[in-house]
Ligand binder design. Structure first.
Ligand SMILES: Cc1cc2nc3c(=O)[nH]c(=O)nc-3n(C[C@H](O)[C@H](O)[C@H](O)COP(=O)(O)OP(=O)(O)OC[C@H]3O[C@@H](n4cnc5c(N)ncnc54)[C@H](O)[C@@H]3O)c2cc1C
Length: 322
């Protein structure tokens, strides 16, 4: 008889036997704040980190509006600090990704590619992802001039001309950041006014490297091995034109990463998980926090606050129900 055991089988067996008190999906500000609070309540939480450790915050160069850091802090660094602080009190982080869930009965089940987790309570903090332009050339040229992360890719555009698409806070922050590398940054926005906050607007307008094309949309990204130009359409006149550029950074918003909860939890028409003030979802014992459940504020501090609130409610839920 062959007594060799596949380590994958051992993992699976171990995961089947353990029922976590609280399983947190996502390692962004909401997930890590939830982990910190749950750990300090002695719940030994397990966090499934997903593919983006530290969440969207880790994609940005500097965060200047998270209290406690008067000189700002690097996005990735803040994520590392969140994780370190949560782990100090007993949170565990696994680099795994939920692919399917079953919230129909307890213990709740969360499946990844090769494991199954069970938990008495769940905190969903899977955040949101960038919305694509969905124009010809975008997909083919992603990584070859099309980017959704200035911190990650800005360096590649040293001395080059780039375009930023969008008019919100993220678009302007990233445009300003890109002026460190690029010789010129053109912000293209579909409306006649920017949506970003006043301070950011002023900084962008005063930056000699930044120029604006308003009332315009990108209808095509052109290039073969690299981006060389965009097709633009003026939304007022309908006029079309070509615009030469070496790169396109797209910051036109986000959509919640909640597809895997479809049919299990109540959501709004855009896919945001519906929660009440106590971060409770439509399934008792399943809580949601951060951008997965928040179409309004979408900040590190608000997401972290929701994560902390969810963990406090999990503590009450487990006291009452287990
Ligand atoms: C470019 C940029 C700049 C920004 N600048 C600022 C700023 O200066 N100040 C500010 O306050 N906010 C800023 N934000 C917004 C801020 O980053 C977000 O509001 C915040 O990160 C949201 O936190 P979250 O935890 O809800 O979600 P996210 O940060 O989106 O984290 C989601 C987490 O869930 C994980 N995940 C996703 N799907 C799964 C799954 N199926 N299984 C397991 N895990 C999963 C991901 O890997 C990730 O770890 C910026 C965002 C961007 C994109």
């Amino acid at each position: 008889m062959d007594f060799k055991v596949n380590p994958l089988d051992l993992n699976t067996a171990a995961d089947h036997s353990r029922v976590e008190k609280v399983l947190i999906l996502g390692s962004g500000p909401a997930g890590m704040a939830a982990a910190l609070y749950a750990a300090r309540a002695d719940l030994n939480p397990l966090v499934l980190a997903g593919t983006e450790i530290g969440g969207q915050a880790a994609l940005t160069n500097t965060i200047e509006n998270y209290p406690g850091f008067p000189d700002g802090i690097g996005g990735a660094e803040l994520g590392e600090l969140f994780q370190k602080q949560a782990e100090r009190f007993g949170a565990r982080v696994e680099y795994d990704m939920a692919t399917r869930v079953d919230f129909s009965k307890k213990p709740f089940k969360v499946f990844t590619y090769d494991k199954e987790y069970q938990a008495e309570s769940i905190i969903i903090s899977t955040g949101a992802s960038s919305i694509k332009l969905n124009v010809p050339g975008e997909q083919e040229l992603t990584g070859r001039g099309v980017s959704y992360c200035a911190t990650c890719d800005g360096w590649f555009f040293k001395g080059k001309q780039v375009v930023v698409v969008g008019g919100g806070d993220s678009a302007l922050e990233e445009a300003i950041f890109l002026t460190r590398f690029a010789s010129q940054v053109t912000i293209i926005h579909r409306r006649d006014q920017l949506r970003a906050g006043a301070i950011l607007q002023r900084r962008a307008q005063e930056n000699p490297k930044i120029k604006f094309i308003l009332n315009s949309v990108v209808t095509e990204i052109r290039g073969s091995d690299a981006v060389h130009s965009l097709r633009l359409k003026n939304v007022i006149s309908g006029e079309e034109s070509d615009y030469a550029t070496d790169g396109v950074f797209v910051f036109i918003g986000h959509k919640p990463n909640t597809e895997l909860f479809q049919g299990q939890l109540e959501m709004d028409s855009r896919g945001y998980i519906q929660v009440n003030q106590l971060m409770q979802t439509s399934v008792p014992g399943v809580f949601a926090a951060g951008e997965a459940a928040d179409p309004n504020y979408r900040q590190v501090i608000t997401s972290a606050g929701m994560g902390a609130a969810a963990a406090i409610q999990v503590t009450h839920f487990l006291e009452d129900n287990v």
